[in-house]
Design a protein around this ligand. Sequence first.
Ligand code: PGA
Length: 242
Amino acid sequence: MVLLVGNWKMAPEKAKDALSLAKKVQVLARTHKKNIKMVICVPGVHLSALSKVVKAPLSLGGQGISPSNEIAQTGRESAGMIASYGASYCIVGHSESRARGESDTDVAHATQLLLQKKVTPIVCIGEKERDAHGWYLSSVKSQVEAVIGALPKQLLKKLVFAYEPVWAIGKDALREATAVECREMIIFIRKIIADASDEKVAKAVSILYGGSVDENNGASFIDQGEADGLLPGRLSLDPKRF
Ligand code: PGA
């Protein structure tokens, strides 16, 4: 099963445009092969309206939650809120959220709260830049360990990780990763999970690739890159390309 998750980021602006986009994706999801599971992760403000039109085989997801259930957090949403509006997935630790101050500890707490509400966390990890000596590997390792270290072993297989190198994301990206770079990182991430639990768990965890995914490079991350799916951002706002 390939997991195809669209990250709508902070778009569309108008409720009616969000609704019409979701309806188009819904139609496409129905015509797709059975081995592709499609999810759209939308701004929290659109969840309620979209939950009325998004039905299986398409699923709805959020883009982030607060790492605590404390009520005094003006402007934030809880895991329970997005779950009650029909989100069955939620992105956590996206690099754009980390850049606004989301820490590894916040990501670990948010992941725990999502699992408690039976929402599948899509945990984004990825280095800001690559250096010739491979030091960037340690930043990815600590991002993964922060999340898996906070969870009991039996919950690890419920996680989805998305390897998203920061340098490959968005309109200012240097380039997308190569399939070889993707494969190396996916093996590396599985090894970290295996060391913390066992090989069976490491194989069960889904690991996606994200960062300038498009209709030309997408298949290579799955076929040669060994990703279990993709997390396109900008592309997911165009239903046909998605
Ligand atoms: P992009 O974004 O596909 O537009 O590079 C990916 C993401 O932010 O998840």
